[in-house]
Design a protein around this ligand. Structure first.
Ligand code: SF4
Length: 159
């Protein structure tokens, strides 16, 4: 199925590339904890799934059948374009490849990750932003602009 093929090739709405948190309903917290998925908080204290999501195995969700409503509802702009047949699967996969390549290019410009640094390259860059080299800043700006234009669309950045 083209949509699942796309998402299994991508994983960026779960691995911290696009977002830092997914909001949770209080009733979802216990179910996730029972699966061994740690639950964090947003700045306002509300429960949230911190990304890179601990339930992600490679690019596949290990809690897919019982995923929280926030995950269930989310579709990125590219997913929507494929669902509406505005782009072919081949074109959509190429967009994901380009996003991964921009993220990889950024990673090459970042200093080595410290032990407690976020797994997500985009989050590492965001945290280091004031001290990034000129090349790293340029790579970061290019990657964020591409993610905004092709994936986040009207949703913007979630924090
Ligand atoms: S960012 Fe879009 S294409 Fe990628 S896994 Fe999420 S919904 Fe699927």
């Amino acid at each position: 199925m083209p949509l699942s093929t796309l998402c299994l090739h991508c994983g960026m709405c779960c691995d911290g590339t696009l977002f830092t948190h997914v909001s949770l309903q209080p009733t979802e917290v216990l179910a996730l904890q029972q699966r061994g998925v740690p639950v964090g908080q947003r700045a306002d204290g509300s429960p949230a799934l911190v990304q890179h999501c601990a339930a992600l195995d490679g690019r596949a969700c290990t809690a897919y059948a019982e995923r929280p409503a926030g995950c269930r509802r989310y579709q990125c702009q590219l997913y929507g374009a494929l669902a509406e047949k505005e782009v072919s699967l081949e074109e959509a996969l190429a967009v994901v490849d380009e996003a991964h390549a921009l993220r990889d290019a950024l990673e090459r410009e970042l200093p080595s990750a410290e032990r407690d640094a976020p797994r997500s390259v985009m989050q590492r860059a965001r945290h280091a932003a004031p001290a990034l080299s000129e090349r790293a800043q340029a790579a970061y700006t290019r990657a964020e602009a591409f993610l905004d234009a092709r994936f986040r669309g009207r949703f913007g950045r979630r924090g």
